[in-house]
Design a protein around this ligand. Structure first.
Ligand code: C2O
Ligand code: CU
Length: 570
């Protein structure tokens, strides 16, 4: 009986694959320095029959592409309109831990979270996604996430395809398994059965007859992709996780594991208008341990897409655009990378445990209240991660971009395609990988950054750890912070839209530094969260309805907390 069902479902998938393609969604764009992102439950018609309950940001599956410029201060207004708590993590961004959106930055339902930071990353393709511990798989499966694209002068000076949705195309790869009622399976399932490319089933796109740039992100739960084109043509890797490579790398295949990004250029200039080709996953014949090479078509680790080659994007070639890019630049960037010799601290991490038991780092399950590593501010460290179990993993670390310096102890083991700044690396079974990174700019002895396997099911199960960056010279060389301890008042009070904080027992003119402001209502529900807020211009509370609220303020130096009440009128 089970076999018959499998044959029927396989036949369905084959006929589905031949069915008409759907035009791939190109996510909307947001640009500027202030971004309003609303996380919500939505519905999407993904298959015949019932709509699927999805989650999204400003959309109905996967959110807007956010364009930001290196050097700008960007402000995020993240409103959680789900019925659940969640978090939003800015994957790959170098920023203060308290802005990072990891598992500690829980945004309760109905709350506005307002992180901000100065964009320090190089031009590249980053992304944002939920990161609530033990809920990450569910929230990512729903479709909550989006691209963050950083621009900078180095990238802007190059002749690269840069017309979003025309010759510069975001491509987010994922797959889903459905219940009989067309709902996403969010648990006990590592792999989807049906591709969604930018949230579109059986996706196709028209691309002009010239060099085009694809910014490809693997946003799967666990599956890896070995990507290439259906005629095996050569294409060029111009960037990976942290931005541009120094020189383009010519390949016919590239492996892309969960969380990784690759920017490629491919030449369609010799393809007749009206012809087509496919971007495919060449996932047949991968070794055991490759995520998605497990046998079988069903169950927790099987899938209809395991061990086969399949199309991820059908490409129809259309007329060239004016101003088409007709070549790949010979050189791209001048990154100067760390080497092993730069590192003054060496750390090791071992991935332990065997299925069906959970995987851990160094046999230690993740615990939200345990800091696993303390890194000194400005330290250059070499981390070596060893995979001692049965499946490959995608290791990711927050805060920094790193340079992979060795695979299995050898520099020559590092692929040219992964030669740029990275924040995710793949570790096959029984191998080890070393990276070097500098932990600069942001120290916070209280609030940690995470490192983890980016397979959402693995991180949810506890293959995650956390580190703080500690400034050995003290929190801040400026010692003017003041213990707040009930020493602030709010004005005007009652207030309409802009609430000011006044410190009442400061002994000099320096404003104390605020670590965190939380505003909650009369029944104790959090309504606003402001990490390290800039309060001199007041707090914009225009989104609050009228009523009584409390401001809970945490002092940066002492982390002591005090609370004051205010009344919001109209
Ligand atoms: Cu993309 Cu810790 O995350
Ligand atoms: Cu893993």
């Amino acid at each position: 009986m089970r076999r018959i069902i499998l044959i029927i479902s396989l036949a369905f998938s084959i006929s589905n694959a031949n069915a008409q393609y759907n035009d791939m969604t190109i996510p909307d764009t947001l640009s500027g320095t202030t971004f309003n992102l609303t996380i919500k439950d939505t519905l999407k018609q993904l298959r015949p029959g019932n709509q699927t309950i999805t989650g999204s940001i400003n959309s109905n599956f996967w959110g807007p592409t956010i364009f930001i410029n290196k050097g700008d201060v960007v402000h995020m207004n993240v409103r959680n309109n789900l019925n659940d708590s969640t978090t939003i993590h800015w994957h790959g961004m170098h920023l203060p831990a308290v802005m990072d959106g990891g598992p500690h930055q829980i945004i309760p339902p109905g709350t506005l979270w307002q992180p901000f930071w100065t964009v320090a990353n190089n031009a590249g393709t980053f992304w944002y996604h939920p990161h609530l511990h033990e809920m990450t798989q569910e929230h990512i499966t729903k479709g909550i996430g989006g691209f963050l694209i950083v621009r900078d002068p180095v990238e802007s000076a190059l002749a690269l395809p840069r017309k979003y949705g025309v010759d510069d195309i975001p491509v987010v790869l994922t797959s889903r398994r459905y219940t009989a009622a067309n709902q996403f399976v969010t648990q006990n399932s590592a792999y989807g059965d049906y591709m969604l490319t930018n949230g579109t089933p059986n996706a196709q796109v028209s691309l002009p007859k010239q060099y085009v740039r694809l910014r490809i992100l693997n946003a799967e739960i666990e599956r890896g992709y070995d990507l290439g084109f259906s005629d095996n043509r050569t294409f060029y890797i111009i960037g990976n996780d942290g931005g541009l490579l120094n020189v383009p790398v010519a390949v016919t295949r590239v492996k892309l594991m969960v969380g990784e990004r690759v920017e490629i250029m491919v030449n369609l200039g010799s393809d007749p208008v009206g012809s087509s080709l496919d971007l495919k996953a060449y996932n047949a014949g991968q070794p055991m341990g490759f995520p998605g090479a497990e046998p079988g078509t069903g169950g927790q680790f099987g899938s209809l897409l395991n061990n086969i080659n399949f199309t991820v994007l059908h490409i129809n070639v259309s007329a060239a655009t004016s101003g088409a890019i007709t070549s790949v630049p010979a050189t791209l960037a001048n990154n100067v990378y760390w080497t092993s010799a730069d590192a003054t601290i060496n750390r090791t991490l071992s991935i332990t445990g065997n299925a069906p038991n959970p995987f851990y780092f160094d046999n230690t399950p993740f615990a939200l209240n345990t800091i696993n590593k303390v890194v000194n501010l400005n330290a250059i460290e070499k981390w070596t991660i060893t995979n001692n179990n049965v499946v490959g993993h995608a290791f990711h670390i927050h805060d920094i971009e790193f340079k992979i310096v060795a695979r299995n102890g050898s520099t020559s083991g590092v692929g040219a395609y992964e030669s740029g700044w990275k924040d995710v690396l793949y570790i096959p079974v029984n191998q080890n990988v070393s990276f070097v990174a500098k932990f600069d700019d942001y120290a916070d002895p209280l609030h940690p950054f995470m490192y983890h396997c980016h397979f959402a099911n693995h991180e949810d199960e506890g293959l995650m750890g956390q580190f703080v960056v500690n400034n050995p010279l003290g929190i801040n060389s400026n010692s003017n912070q003041i213990i707040i301890d009930n020493s602030f008042s709010l004005y005007p009070n009652p207030v309409q839209n802009n609430l000011f904080v006044k410190f009442t027992n400061t002994d000099n003119a320096v404003t104390p530094e605020v670590y965190y402001i939380t505003i909650y209502d009369i029944v104790g529900r959090t309504v606003m969260m402001l990490p390290q807020p800039e309060i001199s211009n007041g707090i914009n509370i225009s989104s609050l309805s009228k009523g009584i609220y409390y401001v809970k303020l945490m002092d940066k130096l002492t982390k002591s907390v005090s609370t004051q009440k205010f009344i919001k009128v109209n």
